[in-house]
Design a protein around this ligand. Structure first.
Ligand SMILES: N[C@@H](CCC(=O)N[C@@H](CS)C(=O)NCC(=O)O)C(=O)O
Length: 229
């Protein structure tokens, strides 16, 4: 099985696909595509929406991370990152949708673009009104995630890591790149959960790759040695 991921690891959706592959311990390549400006017509042929990631799988192209993870899960079931069909499976899909709609779209992406992408790569000042709107929405998302973790479970679906956790943890990486933190006094279970996720070997390997890409531009790596390679 040949896997190539087209995109940049700084996208939460590329990262969750890469994390998924890392958790399965499968070999893969990463082909850098950064979707800034007008999309390349050749890229549109493999990703009609111009979005990343695209999974190249044995010479075919799948332009969506959930579809790509679903395919990989059906090819390599061990370790399982999707629950068996039924309530848990459906609940995981809901959680992935919630994280995309509420956490990514309304909170993390506006903060990441305004506070990380614009100043570092677009030479533009952050728009404070957009930042304020994202921060005003954030507590309801964190309250909801905290409520899901209240029973002391390690992961969103219980004691086993799933795609929902890789999705949440991936979005939190960008949230941290934007210089934000989870207030551990207000959301203690969520704060522990994110720390636990980011300590996983899959996240550590991906974060090391990111350190080499963005180095001290990110508060996550500020103070760490200059990137190499
Ligand atoms: N549902 C898609 C979302 C992918 C997505 O929104 N990617 C963003 C980067 S984080 C993108 O490519 N944006 C470029 C654009 O919309 O033109 C997936 O999970 O693969």
């Amino acid at each position: 099985m040949q896997l190539k991921v087209h995109g940049t690891i700084l996208s939460p959706w590329v990262r969750r696909l890469v994390l998924f592959i890392e958790e399965k311990e499968l070999p893969y390549e990463l082909e850098t595509v950064v979707p800034l400006g007008e999309p390349d017509p050749d890229f549109l042929k493999i990703s009609p929406l111009g979005k990343i990631p695209v999974l190249e799988f044995n010479g075919r192209f799948l332009p969506d991370s959930l579809a790509a993870c679903t395919l990989i899960e059906s090819e390599v079931s061990d370790p399982a990152l999707f629950p068996e069909q039924g309530w848990d499976h459906a609940w995981m899909l809901w959680l992935c949708d919630y994280l995309a709609t509420a956490f990514f779209s309304k909170v993390e992406a506006p903060l990441f673009i305004q506070k990380f992408v614009n100043p570092n790569f677009q030479n533009t000042e952050p728009d404070q009104a957009i930042i304020d709107a994202a921060l005003a929405y954030m507590p309801q998302v964190f309250d909801y995630l905290e409520s899901l973790l209240l029973s002391g479970q390690a992961f969103l679906l219980g004691d086993k890591v799933s795609l929902a956790d890789l999705t949440a943890g991936s979005i939190f990486v960008n949230f941290y790149h934007a210089g934000e933190q989870v207030d551990a006094a207000r959301w203690p279970n969520l704060s522990d959960y994110v720390t636990r996720l980011h300590a996983r070997p899959s996240f550590q390997r991906v974060l090391e790759r990111e350190r080499k890409t963005v180095g001290a531009l990110s508060p996550i790596f500020a103070g760490s040695p200059d990137p190499v390679g």
